[in-house]
Design a protein around this ligand. Sequence first.
Ligand code: KG4
Ligand code: ZN
Length: 418
Amino acid sequence: MSKPLKQSKRSVRILGIETSCDETGLALLEFISAEDLEPVQGPKAHQDQHSPDQSSVKWRARLLGQALHSQTDMHERYGGVVPELASRDHMVRILPLLEECLDQAGLASQNIDGIAVTQGPGLAGALWVGTSFAYGLGLALNKPVYPVHHLEGHLLSPLLRWADDSSNSREEAQQARFPFVALLVSGGHSQFLEVTGIGRYRLLGETIDDAAGEAFDKSAQLLGLGYPGGPAVAKLAEKGIAGRFRLPRPLLKRQGLDLSFAGLKTAVLTQVQKLGGTEALLAPDAKNIQARADLAAEVQAAIVELLCEKSMVALDLTGHKQLVVSGGVSANIEMRRRLIEAARSRDACVFFPPPALCTDNGVMIAWAAGLRLLTSCSAVGRKAGVSREQAVRPSPSASASLGSSMQVRPRWPLEELG
Ligand code: KG4
Ligand code: ZN
């Protein structure tokens, strides 16, 4: 029988590749068992070994290398992502970014144990670039490839703990534990999920039309701001006063956890037209400058209020005391502030990803794949004596089967994950 996992000091290195939309993100993470890092002593060690606590993540990551290219400048002039341009740009960038990532790590590609890649959801062409690159690399290196659900990457990013972060043990109590409510708010998705473990996601509610990020992006366009709209609206909102222009809060009073943002965009359009249209609003006189800022503040206030109120409903309905927020919109500072405040009044906690990991990146893809792999092989390994080293080593037939499993899933509901 192989050595128990607990005694093994060997770490696992996973390369994450993200190309689902307009970011080419690569990152090399090294996974280290928290038990290896912080040996537990006395009676607790005994308890951990025999009745493992599955409620929190027991893995830490070390960032060996990271390279990210955002295409926002390229798409800005079109007011949104142009899929064909996105795919072409991923193709040009991906290899140099891998080299940059390996250079930072000071490692050769052979030192990677496995390759994680976003398989969906996202733009089909863009997904194919990352996926075919990952499988090609897997074949060349004889390393396993792990397809990752993009939203699971976002969802699990607030659980990331760095191996070399000295605040880890001090903040142990601050770590999100299963079960919790997840709010996933990105450019293409807005969902509430009940999360009872890795891969155990139950949809509680979602947007019936636009996503929250899309509402920011479309409003930004109407306000003559650049793409992506979220950060631009948030910045302009700092100078404005919400409430001067009143925008609707669709479905706010309706029971349940469905969200809706399409009416908001239409109301912004109507308001902008009343003010003379986008072009006129861009004329640099004091009246226009204030009107744009006030409208931006109201857009942000409406989106934040909707997300906050419904998040509290989600906590009340499930009885959970933890809310884990992720996706590009989770970078929004006003939303963070309001959520923390609202949760506190319910004795609940809110968790966010580090700001740099809110939008698309390779770290979250490597992290999600590693957590899945290592958590399942810890559980299976305990029963079957399979070590995590064995789990990341491809069997001789693994590379032969790579081709047949290579696919992309532009539409892929998160609840389909098991
Ligand atoms: O997660 P993400 O990078 O891509 C998708 O998976 O869709 O999210 C991008 C979205 C965009 O709609 C962008 O406007 C929004 O996240 N976003 C923000 C902020 N930063 C990015 N929205 C509001 N406030 C922000 N600070
Ligand atoms: Zn995303």
